[in-house]
Design a protein around this ligand. Structure first.
Ligand SMILES: Cc1cc2nc3c(=O)[nH]c(=O)nc-3n(C[C@H](O)[C@H](O)[C@H](O)COP(=O)(O)OP(=O)(O)OC[C@H]3O[C@@H](n4cnc5c(N)ncnc54)[C@H](O)[C@@H]3O)c2cc1C
Ligand SMILES: Cc1cc2nc3c(=O)[nH]c(=O)nc-3n(C[C@H](O)[C@H](O)[C@H](O)COP(=O)(O)O)c2cc1C
Ligand code: SF4
Length: 652
């Protein structure tokens, strides 16, 4: 078996886990309105159970109304919830060589929102984690004692529902960890003051659970090894808290990092301290040193987590003794069979998570159900198997970007005869550009994965072959899938010669040789990425955006990344600014009523892209059956391209 250390069984309390890979807790927003288990949720976990992981930590589950953090969060707030959860554990335990399964018990504390729960958030003290955040109401001692009891009761119900253990969420600034820090806990009674007071809430929960449910019923916790905020708790204090929890009876501990609030570090060489959702700009395994430090002091199993995206990295962590187990989250959203494929030595078949956060973190913060950019079957696990088509058809796919490649693969899986035509010499479409800016390399892994999978699939691939209506008529397919993507939107600027204008796409693919000062027009994702790339070599880069904000529609961490990077590299950002015209070396810009000039040699335009759908009408009028997918419908993201590709290929 590959990865001999990772695949070795390990003890966790009274249990033996079949291997050292743990599925990290992830709120999916798949539950029904009152937090009841749904068929969708069961199928999602069933697939991960089949995938070969040793332990599943089911997502953060609320148990009191004010502790609810997400609209469709799973709940264990009444005995009525037990039945559905029992179906979930039965499903997971029912697979061959089943994993163990724990439930994470979760109170959002001052991170809850009254918009979701209908109640004011609560915490140890009246506190708001950042300016403008909802202010939490402080809990009375009586309420704290009731909450200790509510945690224990939730654990008891989890046991009744068939879970093999429970995990208490003590990381990321939710209720329990907000007691740990003097910043959020200013109490002077038994639940505040010194460290013993500030950890009392947690330790009473642990001891109470162990007393009520028996020493043999495993309890784990997840904590932040460092809060990474100004005046927050750092590793030294967190080790002390972990030791106290160990002495109180926990059986294992997962080491994450971060909380909400003022960030301490502004240095992107330590990106994980700033970008809490660990996007692709952070390093794989960036939180492992925290786990390794914890392991030096603790006797119980330590679980590392955070951007562990390759089995070789996970194996290395175990070999080096940095942790006893390794948890993976998003990588299991992208591919539930990550463990099974890794242990079978088929890691090149693992669909890689690219840490883009588009389908997961971004959607959870919008209170939406979780999807995945690279995995079209996440949340639609019933569609994983591709049934053979009743009668195989001849399918032609135009375009070898993510949409076309996904469509061709899905159609081939159903047994159709598939021909894919790609105009350029290279498969991948825009992914070839998207992976070039700093910090975007993960996209290349996905591109490589779909290319290799396609090449193994039996799809006939013609590169350097531009599809035309007459070519396709000659070929005579039963169905054409048009996945011709997009091209950059062109603009005309009064007074500016064509040769001083270049599209962001050309800059990314050609690099170098661009005369400064450079004005990048458009601070959407592509404009920001292009300015970022240019500023690595060029000293004089200006970024102008007509909208009032930079990177609109992007998540907070992506915006934070560009803000810090532009500050470091001296990129000047002008929002709410329009380029009116150019006169020689002078660019005339307008912001509100103010008109001003800057010196410019080259204008790089990144003002969006346009669907490349010219062929569509021609194909339809020549009598062909055509399905249009991806950016050639409307330019969007990898997620839509992959999902529409999968749907189109399956639907034939
Ligand atoms: C710089 C950049 C950064 C990006 N970053 C991100 C990101 O971080 N996250 C994200 O989700 N999305 C990102 N995107 C967008 C994402 O890459 C696209 O949404 C996605 O690639 C669209 O896939 P597609 O298959 O529909 O089209 P494309 O990727 O454009 O592929 C279309 C393919 O069709 C081929 N083609 C066109 N006409 C013909 C023809 N007549 N015959 C044969 N072949 C033809 C083209 O050569 C091309 O290879 C980025 C895009 C760019 C340009
Ligand atoms: C959509 C989503 C939901 C999450 N929900 C939880 C949660 O309910 N409880 C928790 O402890 N961590 C939660 N996390 C954090 C993950 O458990 C994990 O610590 C994090 O994603 C880093 O691991 P990864 O890089 O392997 O994904 C969530 C992460 C994601 C992406
Ligand atoms: S949406 Fe992106 S970050 Fe989230 S699991 Fe999928 S690939 Fe990974």
């Amino acid at each position: 078996m590959s990865y001999p250390h990772l695949s070795t069984p390990v003890s966790l309390g009274s249990l033996i886990l079949k291997n050292r890979l743990v599925m990290s807790q992830m709120t999916m927003n798949y539950a029904a309105a009152e937090g009841f288990v749904t068929e969708k949720l069961i199928r999602y976990y069933l697939e991960r159970a089949k995938g070969g992981v040793g332990l599943i930590l089911v997502e953060g589950t609320f148990f009191t109304p004010e502790g609810r953090g997400y609209k469709n969060q799973l709940s264990l707030s009444s005995p009525d919830h037990v039945k559905g959860l029992r179906q979930l554990t039965d499903a997971a335990h029912g697979v061959a060589d089943a994993p163990k399964i724990f439930l994470q018990i979760h109170h959002s504390g001052w991170r809850a929102s009254s918009k979701v729960s209908g109640l004011p958030p609560v915490g140890p003290s009246t506190f708001a984690p950042y300016p403008g955040a909802e202010v939490a109401r402080d809990l009375s001692v009586k309420e704290i004692k009731e909450l200790v009891e509510a945690h224990i009761l939730a654990a008891a119900m989890a046991k009744e529902a068939g879970f093999d253990g429970v995990d208490f969420h003590c990381a990321h600034g939710y209720l329990i960890p907000s007691f740990f820090s003097p910043l959020s806990n200013q109490r002077t009674d038994e639940y505040g003051g010194d460290l013993a007071g500030r950890t009392r809430f947690l330790l009473e929960i642990i001891r109470g659970t162990k007393e009520r449910l028996g020493r043999d019923f495993p309890v784990t916790i997840k904590i932040s090894g460092d809060e990474y905020i100004e005046e927050g708790l750092a590793l030294k204090e967190m080790v002390k808290i972990a030791r106290m929890a160990e002495e109180s009876g926990i059986d294992g501990i997962m080491i994450s990092a971060g909380t909400v609030g003022g960030k301490k570090v502004e240095d992107l060489s330590q990106a994980h301290k700033v970008l809490r959702t660990l996007p692709m700009m952070t390093n794989p395994g960036c939180l492992v040193p925290l786990a390794a430090e914890m392991k030096k002091t603790l006797r119980i199993p330590v679980i590392a987590v955070g951007r562990i995206n390759h089995p070789a990295l996970a194996e290395d962590i175990i070999v080096k003794g940095q942790a006893d187990l390794v948890a993976i989250g998003r990588a299991l959203l992208a591919d539930p069979y990550f463990p099974r494929k890794a242990f079978a030595g088929k890691e090149e078949e693992i669909r890689p998570c690219i840490a883009c956060n588009e389908g997961c973190y971004k959607r959870i913060f919008q209170q939406l159900d979780i999807r995945c950019s690279v995995n079209p079957t996440l949340g639609r696990e019933e569609e994983i198997s591709c049934p053979p088509a009743a009668s195989p058809k001849r399918v032609a796919v135009i375009g070898g970007g993510p949409a076309g490649m996904e469509a061709a693969y899905a159609a081939r899986e159903r047994g159709h005869h598939v021909l894919l035509l790609e105009a350029s010499e290279k498969l991948g479409g825009q992914l070839n550009l998207a992976s070039l800016p700093p910090g975007r390399k993960e996209i290349e892994r996905f591109c490589k994965f779909i290319k290799n999978r396609l090449q193994r699939s039996g799809v006939k691939i013609l590169k350097g072959k531009r599809a035309t209506a007459s070519l396709l008529q000659k070929h005579g397919p039963d169905v054409v899938i048009l996945a011709a993507g997009a091209h950059p939107r062109r603009i005309k600027i009064r007074g500016l010669e064509e040769e001083r204008m270049i599209s962001a796409w050309e800059v990314l693919s050609s690099r170098g040789g661009i005369r400064e000062p450079i004005l990048v027009l458009g601070a959407g994702l592509v404009g920001c990425e292009t300015a970022d790339l240019l500023s690595e070599a060029a000293k004089n880069v200006l970024l102008a955006e007509i909208l009032p904000e930079m990177a609109p529609g992007q998540d907070a961490d992506t915006k934070a990344y560009f803000t810090l990077k532009f500050k470091k590299n001296g990129v000047e950002v002008l929002t709410g600014t329009e380029l009116r015209s150019v006169e020689g070396e002078k660019a005339i810009l307008q912001r509100g009523a103010e008109e001003f000039q800057v010196r410019v040699e080259t204008v790089v335009y990144a003002v969006g892209s346009q669907a490349n759908d010219e062929l569509y009408k021609e194909l339809v009028s020549s009598g062909l059956k055509v399905i249009k997918i991806g950016d050639c419908v409307q330019p969007r993201t990898i997620m839509e391209a992959v999902q529409e590709g999968f749907q189109a290929g399956r639907s034939i």
